[in-house]
Design a protein around this ligand. Structure first.
Ligand SMILES: NC(=O)c1ccc[n+]([C@@H]2O[C@H](COP(=O)([O-])OP(=O)(O)OC[C@H]3O[C@@H](n4cnc5c(N)ncnc54)[C@H](OP(=O)(O)O)[C@@H]3O)[C@@H](O)[C@H]2O)c1
Length: 355
């Protein structure tokens, strides 16, 4: 048996649809008919020349129906609607008719969210836990004890890129855990929304005085969560603000210049060399894929924590735009083109299998 998969075949080359073998799930593996997916900046980074070994199947998230299970699968059964973040092998990618992955990367879709909404969640929900716990050193215990108040409840945590997908999930999750001094940096049109997600103060990154405003209003900021990684418009201002002992977590890759419809991007990875950091600033570049180094997160994050916080309404999915096209290849290409042109405060989602 074979199925269709969308491939990136070279830097900024048109995507291609190819047939690949469909493996049978074994052990704790599940085969999912992918119905919805999203195109993430990660897909654009790969398609435009970073992080990819071509040819490369696109998509690290999947939303669909379980169609076959291995003999050690315990929680899921054929017919379940599931969503997850999957990334280990090309078989697990979302931009193809079927994904075959381990059960622990999948959760049942809660009754209060739709499939396209589910497509906005897994990658960036996972990223928040992986950034906050190891890179910022802040606890997010699960289950959250009754009346839990974190030690750093009043410490300022600056979310640069609050209206990005990661930023919106970070605000909601940190707020749920009782971090009460969340400073969000995003464009002004999203400020009211960011306050509903937990931001206590908002700033506009297009304001040329943003650094002096933050220095004047907030003073020392112990924690910086850079959801953008733009050398000129997030990292350099953060480097002006960060002092001895502060933690700075930057989502990789570092973007020296972003992809545009006419220009290839320039990326980097060395977070210590990218700016003139003050002595004693603790800077970490975040690669989400390492989250499985934490045994508890590996076991619980996707099957249990993610659906529980969605079902409880603690975390709301991102706003989204449905990308249309006559077939899966055209939808994938259109989503990539739209992302290259720039998005604001929304995820780009599209139908994979024509069911
Ligand atoms: N390394 C990892 O493991 C990992 C994991 C997940 C994500 N990431 C990376 O994290 C980045 C964000 O991903 P995402 O899915 O959250 O992106 P996204 O939702 O597509 O981000 C779009 C938003 O970025 C905001 N933005 C752009 N430039 C900004 C700036 N200079 N300052 C503040 N906000 C800015 C825009 O805000 P406004 O609309 O307010 O203008 C826009 O709404 C991507 O580069 C992605 O690859 C890395």
């Amino acid at each position: 048996m074979h199925h269709a998969a969308v491939f990136s075949v070279g830097p900024r080359a048109p995507l291609e649809l190819r047939q690949v073998p469909t493996p049978t799930p074994v052990g704790d593996q599940v085969r999912v008919l992918n119905e919805w997916t999203s195109t993430q900046p990660f897909d654009l980074h790969k398609a435009d020349g970073a992080l990819a070994q071509y040819p490369d199947i696109m998509g690290d998230g999947s939303v669909g129906i379980v169609v076959e299970v291995g003999d050690q699968v315990k929680r899921l059964q054929v017919g379940d609607k599931v969503f997850g973040y999957m990334w280990k092998t090309s078989q697990e990618r979302g931009h193809q008719t079927y994904a075959i992955t381990q059960e622990r990367f999948l959760a049942k879709i809660p009754s209060n969210i739709s499939m396209p909404e589910a497509a906005t969640v897994p990658t960036n929900f996972v990223t928040v836990f992986h950034t906050v716990i190891p890179a910022l050193g802040l606890p997010l215990p699960w289950p959250k004890p009754d009346s839990y108040i974190p030690t750093s409840t009043d410490d300022a945590i600056l979310i640069w890129g609050g209206s990005s997908s990661v930023g919106q999930y970070a605000l909601q999750i940190l707020s749920y855990y009782g971090y009460n001094n969340l400073i969000a940096v995003g464009s002004a049109r999203h400020h009211a929304h960011l306050k509903t997600l937990g931001a206590s103060k908002t700033y506009d990154y297009s304001d040329s005085n943003i650094v002096s405003q933050l220095q004047r209003d907030i003073g020392n900021i112990p924690y910086f969560f850079d959801c953008i990684g733009s050398v000129s418009s997030s990292i350099l201002p953060i480097a002006q603000l960060a002092n001895n002992g502060n933690h700075v977590a930057i989502l990789l890759p570092l973007i020296f210049s972003p992809p545009t419809p006419t220009a290839a991007p320039k990326y980097g990875y060395d977070v210590t060399a990218v700016a003139d950091w003050a002595s004693g600033v603790r800077v970490t570049g975040v690669r989400t894929h390492a989250y499985e180094d934490n045994e508890q997160l590996a076991r619980l994050l996707q099957p249990e924590i993610m659906p529980a916080l969605l079902q409880a309404g603690v975390v709301r999915p991102n706003r989204y735009r449905v990308i249309e096209g006559k077939d899966v290849l055209e939808r994938a290409q259109n989503a990539l083109t739209a992302l290259r042109e720039g998005v604001s405060g929304e995820k780009l989602v599209w139908k994979v299998a024509d069911v």
